[in-house]
Design a protein around this ligand. Structure first.
Ligand code: ATP
Ligand code: MG
Length: 569
């Protein structure tokens, strides 16, 4: 085995890295001496790129070219409603990849993909770790929120590859936290992980039995975190300034950056102090502002945000078929769990005092490093099982959604369902893959599609098309389709509906690893269309609505004996 495996918590706001020696994880400080690194990349006027604290420090002077919270854009489409609402909040510009509609970040005349920006953060972590350890680091375990879908996981893996890291496993943040908490080592137990970070909220219920960690359920909100708490203080400061000076600071990026920083500082101080004084000297021309903010005032501003964490907790308990009383311990993760009101809320939900012996900022990276030890064979007795956070399935005739893998299924998993045609002599079907819980396919998140061609012509409902979903240990999905009757080997073209193609990843990888001035336009950043398969989509067959699909089989084997097969389009 060459080199160490780096455990990386690639956070929305802060990232953290650790390595483990057997069962002992150690957080690696970055070059600036910090145990966490702001997940911020700045493209400076002189053409240089800076990452982490230096990027955070210059943010005020360079608001439009300082990229923060890029994790929120990972694996997302430009037209995603969440991305649309983000656009108004971010001081930098979000662009659209004309080839696949992905969200991108506009830096001067370049359009960078979110994985490329994340790769710059990962690259800094890798470099700093190598500098600290005095040896090369080429493998990593990277964590993602439990609720990340397939595109977001793939984008995270791409970021690692671009940074020159072999991402040997992607694990869920709450799972990593549970692993590092040390709970369950001596006795079997059920734990809840409550993670309120900068951008996301996750809750997971895990069961640890004889050293086996099993995630029973996960829930969360990908758009709830510390940034939202900051935004409430920012809004309050803006309103105050308008009242006092009659000036709207919204259009002034520099002032807005200052407000955001002051808001975050005040919020953090209010976790220990009962009152803070917010001072904004010369926030607008010669105008300054100074005002006090009490903890009670702040708690009032964010009451609904704190409340919003309750429903996912209830849902996670319900999916795990548990009540709060069944949970033996609650682990708090994420900087926001230092806020006293949040701790109170957790107590209300889970009816117990949270487990205090973990550092909420470091526990996820530590768990990732431990996973590295497990995979390196240094820890034998722990086995980590994960679950798929959302249901996965295919579109059937009439925009139906046939789930193949139910949400909260333990991965890795391989599961097949048999489908059929809706028309006589149909020779091809569309396999459109979606992720989500809605009944209509179109209301779920599209993951990709391909066609299975060369089906043996038969009456409608006769062909038996085996669709297999396979999720590997990283939570990444592979789909294959096979016509059982033709006996012919079919070749399938998977047309990714999102994300970077392999060539793009390779090219970006060369660029990040041999950094060049940011101002240089990236060749082919936009308009690079992946090669299209022959467009037979127009031939899509309009078929009458089929009889309702049978309920999904509970076992993971073929359900090929069914006579009422759901037809594909
Ligand atoms: N003492 C504190 N009191 C309140 N909030 C805090 C404190 N320390 C940090 N925070 C907040 O915690 C958030 C960052 O948390 P953390 O570093 O765990 O998030 P992250 O891992 O980057 O985000 P995510 O998990 O959503 O990807 C920020 O909003 C920060 O302001
Ligand atoms: Mg986090």
């Amino acid at each position: 085995m060459t080199g160490k495996t780096l455990g990386i918590d690639l956070g929305t706001t802060n990232s953290c890295m650790a390595v483990a020696e057997g069962i002992l994880p150690t957080v690696i400080p970055n070059r600036e001496g910090g145990r966490t690194t702001p997940s911020i990349v700045a493209f400076k006027v002189d053409g240089t790129t800076v990452v982490g604290l230096p990027a955070k420090r210059q943010a005020i002077l360079n608001p439009t070219d300082t990229i923060f919270s890029v994790k929120r854009l990972m694996g997302r489409k430009y037209d995603d409603p969440d991305v649309k609402s983000l656009m108004h909040l971010l001081p930098y510009t979000i662009g659209k990849d004309t080839a696949n509609g992905d969200a991108r970040v506009r830096i001067k005349e370049r359009l960078l993909s979110p994985p490329e920006v994340s790769a710059m953060i990962l690259r800094k972590l890798k470099d700093d770790a190598e500098n600290y350890l005095g040896s090369e680091v080429d493998k990593a375990i990277v964590t993602v929120p439990a609720y990340f879908n397939d595109s977001q996981r793939q984008a995270t893996k791409d970021a690692g590859t671009i940074a020159g890291l072999d991402v040997i496993r992607i694990i869920n943040e709450p799972t990593a936290a549970a692993l590092a908490s040390g709970l369950g080592g001596k006795q079997d137990m059920r734990i809840a992980v409550y993670d309120l970070g900068g951008g996301t909220f996750d809750v997971s219920i895990l069961e640890i039995a004889r050293g086996i960690f099993e995630v029973k359920s996960t829930s969360g909100n990908t758009y709830l975190g510390g940034d939202d708490f900051d935004a409430r203080i920012v809004a309050f400061l803006m309103e105050e300034f308008k009242k006092r000076e009659g000036i709207d600071l919204r259009e002034n990026p520099k002032a807005m950056q200052r407000l955001k920083e002051a808001a975050e500082t005040a919020k953090i101080e209010l976790s220990t102090a009962n009152e803070v004084a917010i001072a904004l000297p010369f926030v607008y021309e010669d105008k300054s502002m100074e005002l006090p903010l009490t903890r009670a005032q702040f708690e009032n501003m964010v009451k609904d945000l704190v409340e919003k964490t309750e429903i996912p907790c209830k849902k996670a308990l319900e999916s795990a078929k548990m009540t709060a009383r069944d949970v033996d311990a609650v682990v708090l993760v994420g900087g926001m769990t230092r806020m006293p009101r949040v701790v109170e809320k957790v107590k209300e939900i889970f009816l117990r005092q949270p487990y205090a012996r973990v550092n909420p900022d470091e526990v996820v990276a530590s768990g990732a490093a431990l996973q590295g030890s497990i995979m390196g064979g240094d820890i034998a007795e722990v086995l980590l099982l994960d679950v798929t956070p959302l249901s996965l399935g295919v579109r059937t005739v009439g925009d139906g959604f046939k789930v193949i893998i139910e949400k909260n299924t333990t991965i890795p998993i391989r599961k097949s369902e048999i489908f059929t045609t809706a028309e006589n002599n149909q020779t091809f079907v569309n396999i459109s893959i979606f992720q989500g819980e809605e009944e209509k396919a179109s209301q779920n998140h599209p993951l990709g599609e391909f066609q299975l061609i060369g089906i043996k012509p038969m009456d409608a409902g006769k062909p038996r098309i085996d669709v297999t979903f396979e999720i590997n240990a990283d939570g990444i999905l592979n789909v294959t389709a096979k016509d059982k009757d033709s006996g012919q080997v079919q070749s399938i073209v998977i047309k990714p509906s999102t994300g970077l193609d392999r060539e793009q990843v390779k090219r970006m990888s060369r660029e990040v690893q041999a950094p060049k001035p940011a101002a240089e336009p990236e060749q082919g950043a936009v308009g690079v269309a992946p090669s299209e398969p022959p467009n037979t989509g127009e031939l899509e067959i309009a078929a009458p609505l089929p009889a309702p699909a049978p309920p999904p089989a509970e076992d993971f084997s073929d359900s090929g004996s069914s006579t009422n097969l759901p037809p594909l389009t």
